[in-house]
Design a protein around this ligand. Structure first.
Ligand SMILES: [Cu+2]
Length: 151
């Protein structure tokens, strides 16, 4: 009897996230892109979205401070313009900033909803930090960049 009550509790708990997910899916006008940010990569749960309203949800699963910046560009990741310090020049030629969420602490999640026209986008973390030993880490250069297509 006790065992059966326990499984029933588990089933109830499991149903909550499913209901929450269904609630999001019902809002068919907004697509969601879930992202994981860590040292040093940005992973997306999809490589393309329908053009229109897109909700970006980025969880910092790493140990450093991260951010995400969505830029409209046709440039390859390796061809993004850099500024003098070695960060991506977000105002550089061939780039258009669409939106960003700065300073996401480890374990925290940042989100932003943007209206994306059809096209190619890159998602980057443009944070640079200096470690206690003097090592300078450009998160973009270390691999925190990926692409997303809106169509
Ligand atoms: Cu970062």
């Amino acid at each position: 009897m006790r065992k059966s009550a326990r499984s029933s509790t588990l089933a109830t708990v499991a149903a909550i996230p499913l209901l929450a997910f269904a609630g999001c899916a019902d809002d068919s006008s907004v697509s969601t892109v879930s992202m994981g940010l860590d040292e040093f990569s940005i992973s997306l749960d999809r490589s393309s979205v329908p053009a229109g309203m897109v909700r970006f949800v980025g969880e910092n699963t790493g140990e450093d401070l991260h951010e995400f910046v969505i830029l409209r560009t046709d440039l390859a990741l390796s061809a993004l313009p850099l500024d003098a310090s070695g960060d991506v020049d977000e105002h550089g030629a061939g780039l258009e900033i669409i939106g960003e969420v700065e300073d996401i602490e480890p374990g925290m999640t940042g989100e932003v909803t943007l209206d994306l026209a059809a096209g190619r986008y890159v998602v980057i973390c443009n944070i640079t930090e200096t470690e206690p030993d003097g090592t300078v880490e450009h998160h973009f250069g270390l691999g925190m960049a990926t692409t997303l297509i809106a169509k």
